[in-house]
Design a protein around this ligand. Sequence first.
Ligand code: AMP
Length: 186
Amino acid sequence: MKIVFLGAPGAGKGTQAKIFCEERKFAHISTGDMLRAAVSSGSELGKKAKVIMDAGQLVPDTLIVDLIAARTQEADCLNGYVLDGFPRTVAQAQALAQMLAEKGESLSSVVLFELTEEEVNRRLAHRRGVEARSDDAEETQRKRQQVYREQTAPLIDYYRAQGLLKTVDASGTVEEVNAALQKALA
Ligand code: AMP
């Protein structure tokens, strides 16, 4: 299975992807985690990405698509994988579809984690106090929400039109959302 997790920053995609992938023995592919690892390593990619991430903007599509192309070739992806935080633009979604089609593959499902903007803001304020992510600063967050609305939310209709979209109410506890996710993908 090849599944995309979609939702605003703070909707809980990452937490759910981690649990779900452990349960199913799928690879959890988080582009945000990959970029944060690059930042920590001090690589050229990391230096470039940090400036963009701290501004709440998206790193260039080509860079992310290349990262995903390499990552999905790895052995742990054979059993299936969840893409968490990718694609984030229609251009990335098109590149992903093409990459899969070249291998005779396609996406199994796209799960949208639905949460009101009010609840997203409440959760992010909480995360600021707990995780110390440099891109969780309030102004960066506002920018990230705007980027989500303008560049990523169009993917909802894009995938709905392909009949791939499944919706999960992300407002409950971690356990409740996990149960809703299992049901949506059953
Ligand atoms: P995340 O942890 O998924 O919220 O990602 C953190 C930051 O990494 C984002 O705000 C972007 O700057 C960058 N990023 C992660 N995934 C992508 C992507 N698919 N395309 C562009 N930028 C990304």
